[in-house]
Design a protein around this ligand. Structure first.
Ligand code: SF4
Length: 485
């Protein structure tokens, strides 16, 4: 689950500062690598492994000139982790195109094996974006004459939709303008913003609305599922619908990935988490258990913990202090790194546990490493009872759309009853949201009673309809091999 931003500023401006501010705002979406490509007479790039602040120095900013730019922060999925895989990618020929994406191409191996060998194109990386870039650039070259118009981009996106399967939100630039498109099911978000300065009008397309906030852009709107955007020489946004499938945005964005101050498809992530907390309070009440305090696992669970505590008439306390300089455990590349970092990341405050019945609230239950350690810490701090709650349902199926969360057999809640799960992690009771309650909470928060979501990692139904058991098995094997190193 990566993050991106693409900007088209007025002639004569340099957009690099807005790009870097935007990437810093979505650093939580990927901490493994960062990159920027700008265009002024030619493409200029700087990419590297590490955080945004580690990859970019003043000397790079002097070089990254021009009103057109695209930037990316990477969260690695299978096969990615090398510096050759760092986005954005670009091609000077057949037409100059730079591109970044968020998602996962599920037929990457097939594309690589047939289409590209056949056309004598050799992909230089293991990054699935490269396949999307070649399909797009090749189709654009065949269409574009004197200049690129919205119809040319539409034809290129149509070809991507025909050939490329999976989930992918894409942004990028050419020598003439900026484009963006969202896969036919719109699984990953893209939002467009606009600002006006004395130099003229600026447009930015990004993964989350916070990117727009930090540099003063007003929201224009989210792209729809299967929709494309082109902003060319006329500096007007051209939105064209390319595919007509049902919209299935990733519900896990609201649970964990997005920042609480972001809006995704018009729904506030903060409001969604507040509603999730209220609903969990209602189910805790039905247990009849006594509790003294709600303690969130920082950072994602803070919002839901506040409303859960309010509903239960309990204090919500900061029982764990997070070291902000240790990365997000969920998106760390392997189990060993994750285990070692949990204790370094969360330090308890004894006064919030000692002699108390504590509800510990987390965003999700995945492999159980974090849950087990957190429960153990609470007990070491003298908690009388430890109730472990998650404001999403337990993850049971792998995400094949861009989050390398686990293989099936690693999910701790798989084939376990809540009682068995509680025993496994050492808690007195385990409480989690149902899939139906989760969906309803996000719908209520957004005022969108009809909206459907991708909930595949919770319920096992993959919206793209092309996911087979053998595909899952093969991706899981890759993940296990990658974990073994
Ligand atoms: S499987 Fe889960 S994490 Fe992946 S896109 Fe769907 S809801 Fe999001």
């Amino acid at each position: 689950m990566c993050g991106f931003i693409s900007i088209f500023g007025p002639d004569g401006t340099d957009t690099i500062h807005d790009v870097l501010s935007g990437l810093l705002a979505i650093q939580h979406r990927g901490q493994d690598a960062a990159g920027v490509v700008t265009f002024k007479d030619r493409f200029q790039a700087k990419k590297g492994l590490g955080l945004v602040r580690e990859v970019f120095a003043d000397k790079h900013l002097q070089r990254l000139k021009g009103p057109l730019a695209v930037g990316h922060v990477r969260y690695p999925t299978v096969g990615m982790g090398e510096d050759t895989d760092v986005q954005p990618f670009w091609l000077d020929y057949p037409v100059g195109v730079a591109m970044a994406h968020n998602g996962n191409v599920t037929n990457f191996h097939e594309l690589r094996g047939s289409y590209f060998n056949h056309r004598h194109i050799h992909l230089a990386s293991n990054c699935d974006l490269e396949a999307v870039l070649y399909v797009f650039a090749d189709a654009l070259m065949r269409r574009a004459g004197e200049g690129i118009d919205p119809g040319d981009v539409r034809a290129a996106v149509r070809e991507v939709f025909d050939r490329v399967k999976g989930a992918y939100s894409v942004v990028g630039i050419t020598a003439e303008g900026m484009y963006a498109f969202r896969d036919p099911f719109g699984i990953k978000p893209i939002i467009l913003g606009k600002k006006t300065t004395p130099e003229g009008v600026w447009y930015a397309a990004a993964s989350e609305s916070v990117v727009l906030d930090v540099s003063g852009y007003e929201v224009v709107r989210d792209l729809a599922a299967g929709e494309m955007l082109w902003i060319g020489k006329d500096r007007e946004p051209h939105f064209l619908q390319v595919a007509d499938k049902p919209h299935r945005p990733c519900i896990f964005e609201y649970i964990y990935f997005a920042r609480p101050d972001s809006f995704l498809d018009g729904t506030s992530v903060y409001e969604a988490r507040m509603e999730l907390g209220r609903r969990l309070a209602a189910s805790f009440r039905t247990t009849g258990f006594h509790a003294d305090v709600v303690v969130p696992v920082p950072e994602s669970a803070k919002t839901a913990a506040q409303t859960m505590a309010e509903e239960l008439g309990l204090p919500c306390r900061e029982g764990f202090v997070k070291n902000r300089y240790v990365g997000r455990t969920f998106i760390m590349p392997n189990d060993e790194t994750r285990r070692a970092s949990i204790r370094a990341k969360l330090n308890p405050i004894r006064a919030e546990f000692e002699g108390k019945d504590v509800i510990i609230l987390d965003d999700s239950i995945v492999r159980g490493n974090t849950s087990k350690q957190i429960v153990a810490i609470a007990r070491q701090m003298g908690a009388r009872k430890v109730y472990f709650a998650s404001y999403s349902p337990p993850l049971l199926f792998p995400c094949l759309y861009g989050i390398d969360m686990s293989t099936k057999r690693e999910f701790i809640a798989r084939d376990r009853t809540p009682e068995e799960l509680a025993r496994e992690i050492g808690a007195d009771h385990v409480l989690y949201q149902t899939v139906e309650e989760m969906i309803d909470a996000v719908r209520v928060a957004g005022g969108t009673p009809e909206r459907e979501f991708c909930t595949a990692c919770f319920a096992g139904e993959y919206p793209t309809g092309d996911i087979t058991e053998s595909m899952i098995a093969s991706i899981e094997q890759d993940r296990l091999a990658a974990a073994r190193g």
